[in-house]
Design a protein around this ligand. Sequence first.
Ligand SMILES: Nc1ncnc2c1ncn2[C@@H]1O[C@H](COP(=O)(O)OP(=O)(O)OP(=O)(O)O)[C@@H](O)[C@H]1O
Ligand SMILES: [Mg+2]
Length: 332
Amino acid sequence: MDNSFYNAVMRVLDDRRSANRRENARRRAEISAKIPEFDEVDHEISSLSVKTAKKIILMKDEEAKREEADLEKKINLLSAKKISLLKANGYPENYLSPVHTCPYCDDTGYVDGKKCVCMKQISAKLLMNDKRVKAMPEDATFDRFRLDFYADTPVLNEFGTEKIPRDLARDGLLKAKDFVAGFETDKDGRSFFIHGSTGTGKTFLAGCIANALINNGYSVAFVTAFNFFDTLEKYAFKKKDSDEVDSTLSDFFLDCDLLVLDDLGTELTNSFTASRLFTYMNERITQKKSTIISSNLNLKQIRDTYGERILSRIMGSYEAISLIGRDIRRQL
Ligand SMILES: Nc1ncnc2c1ncn2[C@@H]1O[C@H](COP(=O)(O)OP(=O)(O)OP(=O)(O)O)[C@@H](O)[C@H]1O
Ligand SMILES: [Mg+2]
């Protein structure tokens, strides 16, 4: 992680720790106000400790040890008394234990020297504000998805078969809604290939899914193919104009709950694009994470542009949604 991004993540953790410390202090004050006896016991513990500390300075080792053991016993009894006071007044016994937002790392961000899951969640939240991964139309929501833009009379699709655009759109919409509804429970990570000619609502439909999942609290990267490859390329070759969050974004493309790669085929292709695309698609399939690819390209063009391996991933692991018909931009 680059420094300034890392600092932003750490600031969030810092804020959490401060808020939790304030909550601890508030609880302590509440207990003082409600259970005066609790404070007396607390006071007794500290004065006992101070007294013993003073006493043992002048003692021989063995004698001091006995005294310390005796103190420990007394403190244990008094601590037990504090717990019973809490319970007797209707509080859970850990009411005054340090409050932590993350049970795994106690809000330090690390577990055994490794980044905690909470740190990844914080990074995801911050990254999702980067406009490059927020490329979805804001107004794309399922309730605004209109079927009447799609003709209900048959037209020829790319294979020369007659299809009714509205049926295909309805089918795509149902799949999309079903995908969102089952996102929590579906552990297989369904992926979709949305294809069709220009202006048939591919970006809009992918946007409906993305916005719905974001509203449900999931991390989503909605990126145009151009920005996707541009980010990866800058990061891979550490170009001078490489943005400081490029490396974190590249990880986010792998880690996010849903990756939408919009308009595949409009980027500048080079030897790098196909191999990167394959790595990301494959890795996400292996991790059972969902990916949506939208494209004007048909399967033959996909193969010609990106090769057999990518075609076979799309055919094997992606469900197809095809949108056909008149350009909706001309109907608006
Ligand atoms: N089903 C729909 N209901 C309402 N508005 C739609 C629908 N589909 C598309 N639109 C609107 O039509 C316009 C074109 O849609 P969109 O950008 O999704 O097409 P596209 O298939 O992604 O086109 P391109 O291939 O050029 O990227 C947008 O303004 C979008 O808001
Ligand atoms: Mg589009």
